[in-house]
Design a protein. Structure first.
Ligand code: PDD
Length: 286
C-alpha cells in the first residue's frame, strides 16, 4: 500500500490505492494502448520533448487520439511529479483506447483512458556499474511494430523471467538472421573495431531516447558511430552496453554465460556513460 502516492486517472488526481480503471478498459482486455516513461532528476525532466514526441508517434501508430495536447500532457506530467514524494522519479504515462463492451472492433467513438503515475527512479549502484550486467539472448517472439511503445509487453515479461531464471539482468532479442536487436526494456549497443554500433531504427527496435543520447554524445566526442545490423559472431566486438531511461548506459559484461571482451566493464562504455551524465548536467543547467 502506498498511501502517500498520487496518480492521475482520467481527469483527476487521487491516492494510488484508490486509482482504478474499468474492467472493460481495452488496455486490460486487449493491451490496446501505449505508454511512455520519462525520468526526472531533482525537478529536471530529461529530454521531455523527445518523450512527448514519441508518445505522439505511438498514439498515431495505433490510431488512438491523444487525450490532450502535448503541452497539456507536459503540465500533467509536471503536476504528477510535484504531487509525489520522489526527487528522482520515473513518470509513467499510459494511454488506452478506452473502455467499452469487449469486442475486437472498437464500438463507436471511445474516450481514451489516461493515467500518469510517479515512481522512485532507481539508480544502478557503483558496484553494478563496475561489474556490469549479465545478459542472455533469445529468439525474438515479439510483434512486428516494436517502434511503437505498446503496453502489450507479454513477450518482454517472459524474456525478463527467463533472464531472471538464468541469473541474468536482461534478455536481448535476436531476429531470424541473428541480428542483435534490443533488450526487453533496453536498447543494446556494441563497440566493434572501435566503432559504436547499434541496430538501425526500424520496426524491430524501439527508438530509445537514451540510445539517441548515447549516439549523440559519442559523436560529439569524436567516437565513430554506425547504425547497422550486427551479429554476436563478429570479430572485433570488445564491449557491449545497454541503454534506457532508468539505466543511462550500463556495461554488459556477460552474455549467455560468456564474457564480453575481457569480462570487465568496457572502458569506452564507461566513458560514454560519463559523457551522458555530463550531458544530463548540461540539460539540467539549461
Ligand atoms: N523501457 N527498448 C525497449 C523495448 C524498451 O522498453 C525501452 C524502455 C527501451 C529504451 O528506451 P528509452 O531510452 O527511451 O528509455 C528500448 C522503459 C524504460 C520501460 O519500459 O520501463
Amino acid at each position: 500500500m502506498n498511501p502517500t502516492l498520487t496518480a492521475y486517472v482520467n481527469g483527476q488526481f487521487m491516492s494510488l490505492d484508490d486509482a482504478t480503471i474499468h474492467i472493460e478498459d481495452r488496455g486490460f482486455q486487449f493491451a490496446d494502448g501505449i505508454y511512455e516513461v520519462v525520468a526526472c532528476f531533482g525537478g529536471h525532466f530529461l529530454d521531455l520533448d523527445a518523450h512527448l514526441a514519441r508518445l505522439q508517434r505511438s498514439c498515431d501508430g495505433v490510431n488512438i487520439p491523444l487525450p490532450c495536447s502535448l503541452d497539456e500532457m507536459a503540465v500533467l506530467i509536471q503536476e504528477t511529479y510535484e504531487r509525489n514524494p520522489y526527487a528522482d522519479a520515473m513518470i509513467y504515462v499510459q494511454i488506452t483506447r478506452g473502455a467499452s463492451p469487449r469486442s475486437h472492433l472498437p464500438q463507436g467513438k471511445l474516450t481514451p483512458t489516461l493515467i500518469v503515475t510517479s515512481r522512485h527512479l532507481p539508480q544502478p549502484s557503483n558496484e553494478k556499474i563496475a561489474t556490469g550486467v549479465r545478459g542472455i539472448t533469445l529468439q525474438d517472439i515479439r510483434w512486428k511494430h516494436c517502434e511503437i511503445k505498446s503496453i502489450a509487453l507479454l513477450a518482454s515479461v517472459m524474456g525478463k523471467q527467463e533472464a531472471h531464471a538464468r541469473h541474468a539482468d536482461e534478455a536481448f532479442w535476436l531476429n531470424e538472421q541473428g541480428h542483435v536487436l534490443e533488450g526487453c526494456s533496453t536498447n543494446i549497443l556494441a563497440i566493434i573495431d572501435g566503432v559504436l554500433v547499434t541496430h538501425p531504427l526500424d520496426h524491430q527496435v524501439l527508438g530509445g531516447i537514451t540510445r539517441k543520447m548515447a549516439l549523440n554524445v559519442a559523436k560529439a566526442h569524436g567516437l565513430a558511430v554506425m547504425e547497422r545490423a550486427w551479429t554476436l559472431d563478429e570479430a572485433g566486438i570488445t564491449e557491449m552496453m545497454m541503454s534506457s531511461t532508468t539505466n543511462a548506459v550500463m556495461p554488459i559484461t556477460t552474455l549467455n554465460d560468456t564474457s564480453v571482451g575481457d569480462g570487465k566493464a568496457g572502458k569506452t562504455t564507461l566513458r560514454i556513460r560519463q559523457w551522458m551524465i555530463e550531458e544530463m548536467e548540461r540539460l539540467r543547467a539549461a
